[in-house]
Every structure is written in structure tokens, then in C-alpha cells.
Design a protein around this ligand. Sequence first.
Ligand SMILES: [Zn+2]
Length: 342
Amino acid sequence: MIGDSIFFVFLVTVLGYGARSQAPPPSAARQIAQLDNNDHLQYVLSNILKPRVVGTKGHDEVATFIASELKTLGFDVELDSFSAYTPVFRNLTFTNIVGTINSNAAEFVALACHYDSKYFPNDPGFVGATDSAVPCALMLNLAKVLMPYIQQIRGRNDFGLMLIFFDGEEAFQEWTQQDSVYGSKNLAAKWSNSLYQMPTTKQTIRNIDRIEVLILLDLIGAQSPRFRNYYMRTQALHNQLVGIERYLAKAGLLNTRGFMFYPRLEFSGVDDDHRPFYEQNVPILHIISTPFPKHWHTKYDDAEHLHWPTIKDFNRIFRVFLYQYITNREASFNLRSIPEYH
Ligand SMILES: [Zn+2]
């Protein structure tokens, strides 16, 4: 039985990867990689890069900014506001922000990050540049730059794009299952307890099952990151990032030396916003730098300590990846058919 499953995984992985690598010709990858819009990236980052602890003015400003950017870009925007008990401040109001293209579609590729910043007693003015202002800015920039291609999937009822900005990822005291990922726990529960009727078969499924894959970005923006793969189901997707990085490096389109995407499957993981979704059987691609950036959870995780050549390279690699995903998706990837081992 174990042998059969392994063979099955191997087959799905190889076929999945093969099918993906055929579609866009290399010239398309080169062209997409070079569509940088750094002015826009700086503009969105400057509006997010400020202290934004849940319940503060800075937090409200960033939430308003993200929602308005999403609307400007043509996304349907859903605000998921709720109240939850926290160790330090007792009840706080949290707001997840969800931008969607093709809101009624059967399945979505969902990109996600968290937009709150961590609370510290005697706050040093922590702005969480890599944690996760840069990932949030990258998601908005990606949507802006790829909009002509995103428009090409508009109107489909089988597939859509979702950008999720989670609130309350950070612990207020010490990281525990209770004191962490407040926003993603709420959204995963909400979507697990509500139903959707498939447009073609009329079959009813949970809303959370409409997420084909949750791609979570975290701790991005420092020099020399290492992105490893933690999940069997998304190994082919991770390998695709590995392949794109190598291709672009060879084509002379990257600024940095060395690779950030490591192909090996790790038998470990990092607890983060994906946890409540993983527990509900959602396939996860977790793009987080391990080891964590040097200035993680210190006042030095700020604009001054960002490494722009790395950010620009990541942006190019990930842009080509998303371009390939949305332009190459003819049928469901059905990643849930691959067994997960965690
Ligand atoms: Zn953090």
C-alpha cells in the first residue's frame, strides 16, 4: 500500500510538472520577468511599512490602503471582521481582507500574507519589513503588473484568483496555538462552515474546498533567503519555482548569485497562517525563509535593512510562476488527490 502511494505521488508529480513546463515558451518567461514596476512596488510598500499592531491607527490605515488598492485593481473585496480575545488587550477587532477575481468560481489559487505587525511591550517602533510588509507589497505589485493576463481569466466560472491579507498572525504574548494566527483561524472556520454549489455538477462543497492551493508568503526581503519545500502535495509547484529561478539566472535576468529556492522536500515545517487551512485539507505552498532573517522580530527589521536585489529577484521568479499558473490552467490540478505525509 505504501509502495502504491509513493508510485502514485511520483506519477502525479512528474506528470503535473511536465504538463506545466510545456505551455509558456521561454521567451514568455523572459518577457514576464522583465515587466518590473518598481515605482509601484515602492509606493505600496511605503503605505504598508509602518507600525500596524491590531487596534491601532496605523493598522486601520494599512487595512484601508490594501482594500482600496485591491478595488482599484479590479478585485471584489470582502472584509472579514470579527472580535477575538487576546492575552494583552482582551477583546480586539480583527479584519481579514480578501480580494477576488471571479468570486463565484469553483476553484481559486489563493496567495496570502499577513498585514498586522507584532506588538512588543515598550514597542521600539517595530515595522516588520520582512514580516510581512514586503510580502504584502509584492502581492499587490504582482496583481498590478500581471493585470493584463489576470484579465484574460476574468469571467471564468471554473477558476479565479484570490489575494488574502490575514490579520492577527502575530502572537501578543508568546506564540501558542491560541495566541497566534487569529485571522486565518477565523477565515478557515468561516469557509469550512459555509457551502457552495458547483456551477456545472450542482454538487455542494464547503467554501474552503474551493481553494486549490494556498500559497503563503512570509519573511521575505532579507539577503540570501532559503525557501524549502515542506509539503508533498505542492512539490511540483515548488519545483517549478526552482526551475524558473535557474532559468532566469541562466538568462542573466537575476541580480543575485546563488539560489533561494531549494528543491529538497523537508520533513519539518514552520507554524504560520496556513495551519488552520492545512487542518482542513487545503494544499499548502509555504514560501518562508528558513533560517529566519537575521533581524526577525527586532527593530532592525526595517526599510534600511531590506535587500533590494533579492526582493527584485524574488518578484521576477514569483511573477513568472503566477503567470504560468494562471495562463496554463485548463483543468483543476486536484492537488488533494496527492497524499500528504505530515
Ligand atoms: Zn512575526
